[in-house]
Write a protein of this length. Structure first.
Length: 542
């Protein structure tokens, strides 16, 4: 007679915690916000406020709690589980300066494996997913304890002052409305939907820096991470192979059937590229990062000769190629090539536009792939721009003497955010960005997706197709029959690991602030007080 194997549990303590209802949701999950703030602060802040954007709260604390529960209810009406999920939440002053700071973070409290009903043995699951699969609460207990499921903490000082009187992210404020009309402020509901998705399973528990697994076991998310170069999923790889895969930019995809089936209805045809037409030695499509300002790249796009943009090397910008001052070289009717650094992207593109350029190529000044996006906002910019890698920038600059012709365009054969085979790209930057790498979509995706490492101001509060792929990924991680798995949204899943954060303003977003997700997993402990370090969500003004 075999003795039943007891579930393995791991506690994930955190040191920093970080809507229009979807019309086609079929979920029946109960997600409860557990207020752990003290009297007179956070969710209990008595400061009087006026109702805003359908949030009827009359105090600051009430509006915060209403926004939290509103985001939780969006997920509750989308996913399905007969076991409730509790989110332990608070608002507190977090590390912050006038131009950068922690916004908040959220993540799981524990992960589980080898529980009754688990689809795979020796595989980590978020406890919420484990509870769903088992059909009962695997870690029962009182609210406000480690028996809760997700831990969340957000910055109460945003847009105001820190406890020591210094400013915190001057000019940025939380928008507590429920109608997504946040303008240039930070939409709390959108941020919460992103963070709660990580808590519900949009994450890998693999250490993306060295490729190691917790106690040598894979997780349910990593079973769907496919490296198209190696032809292996992450659960089939060695630590060294996973470490290399985490740097394999735009060659790593999600292989789940539900996401694959939704790509056609969610992602737009045409992935942004720089197409070098001549000379033949560097001709072809090159990876790019897109801008949050100016017209989006299109087909056939803008074609022209590339010319170096020169400007004075002065206090505004010490380089003669940074376009931080008015240009002195002739770029009229041409695509201007400028270098990153010293001033904002908006300043560079505006100076090139003022000099008559028809487009701008910004060459990265860092060794990194894929090229990052360019943040900023200026409604007067009318020419397209993009960023290329440092290596591509050197190659193009070296050929300017013989003449370079290029197009700022999109490749209509490939959807924005997918590979040539229609599989959604995961974010695998080189060098690795702990917390942002792996557990997000590649930011080249368009329309912008909730689970990109940079959260954009043009997102809706939908987590389902045709707007978003988030729920389809969660469906891919749950066990169910083939009939219900692929046809019913009641077949859902959850899982967890590190917390997350987000950012605003990327591609076609609104506002000038930027919040980036920077989470790194240190370790998991078996019900110990030691810390799992998710890093933090932070914002930086341009």
């Amino acid at each position: 007679m075999n003795t039943p194997r007891l579930p393995t549990l791991r506690l994930l303590p955190l040191i920093l915690f970080l809507c229009v209802l979807p019309s086609a949701a079929f979920g029946t999950a109960t997600i409860t916000i557990v207020n752990v703030d003290g009297p007179g602060e956070g969710f209990n802040d008595p400061a009087p406020v006026k109702p805003v954007g359908k949030n009827t709260g009359r105090t600051l604390g009430q509006q915060r709690l209403i926004a939290f529960q509103f985001a939780a209810d969006i997920w509750g009406t989308t996913i399905d589980s007969n076991v409730g999920t509790r989110i332990q939440a608070s608002f507190d002053p977090l590390s912050c300066t006038a131009d950068s700071g922690v916004l908040g973070s959220a993540g799981p409290i524990q992960i589980v494996s080898d529980f009754p009903g688990a689809e795979f043995a020796n595989t980590w699951y978020a406890v919420a997913l484990g509870n769903k699969e088992a059909g009962f609460d695997l870690i029962p207990g009182a609210s406000g304890t480690n028996a809760d499921d997700i831990l969340a903490q957000f910055n109460s000082s945003l847009g105001g002052t820190n406890p020591d009187g210094t400013p915190c992210l001057t000019g940025l404020n939380w928008y507590y409305g429920l109608d997504d009309k946040h303008g240039t402020n930070i939409d709390l509901v959108t941020v919460l939907l992103h963070e709660f998705a990580h808590g519900l399973g949009f994450l890998s528990v693999v250490n993306e820096v060295n490729g190691s697994e917790i106690h040598g076991m894979t997780d349910i998310f990593s079973r769907h991470i496919l490296d198209t170069t190696a032809g292996l999923t992450w659960d089939q790889m060695t630590n060294a192979q996973r470490k290399a895969s985490a740097l394999n930019s735009r060659k790593v995809v999600w292989n789940g059937t539900n996401v694959f089936g939704a790509v056609l209805s969610v992602l737009s045809p045409g992935t942004p590229v720089l197409k070098v037409n001549s000379p033949s030695s560097i001709a072809g499509n090159h990876d790019v990062g897109t801008a949050s300002f100016g017209p989006p790249l299109s087909s056939p796009g803008v074609t022209g000769d590339v010319a170096a943009a020169l400007d004075p090397a002065d206090a505004v910008g010490p380089s003669a190629t940074d376009a931080c001052s008015a240009l002195t070289s002739n770029v009229t009717g041409k695509i201007a090539l400028v270098d990153r650094g010293s001033c904002t992207f908006v300043t560079k593109v505006k100076n090139a536009q003022n000099a008559g350029a028809i487009g701008v190529i910004v060459a990265d000044n860092r060794v990194e792939t894929p090229p990052p996006g360019m943040g900023g906002s200026d409604s007067t910019i009318t020419i397209p721009s993009l960023m290329i890698s440092q290596a591509d920038g050197v190659s193009i600059r070296n050929q300017l003497g013989v003449g370079v012709n290029a197009s700022l365009t999109v490749d209509l054969a490939i959807r924005a955010g997918a590979d040539a085979n229609g599989r959604a790209l995961l974010f695998m930057p080189n060098p690795v960005q702990p917390g942002s790498s792996v557990s997000h979509w590649d930011p080249i995706a368009f329309p912008n997706q909730l689970m990109e490492p940079a959260i954009n101001g043009d997102l809706t509060h939908s987590v389902v197709p045709p707007e978003d792929l988030t729920f389809e990924l969660l469906r891919d991680t749950v066990k169910c029959s083939s009939e219900s798995r692929f046809r019913s949204r009641a077949c859902w899943s959850t899982a967890w690991k590190k917390a997350s954060a987000m950012s605003v303003v990327r591609k076609k977003s609104v506002g000038a602030g930027k919040m980036m997700e920077t989470l790194s997993l240190v370790s998991f402990y078996f019900f110990s007080p030691h810390c799992h370090n998710p890093g933090a969500s932070w914002a930086r003004l341009p």
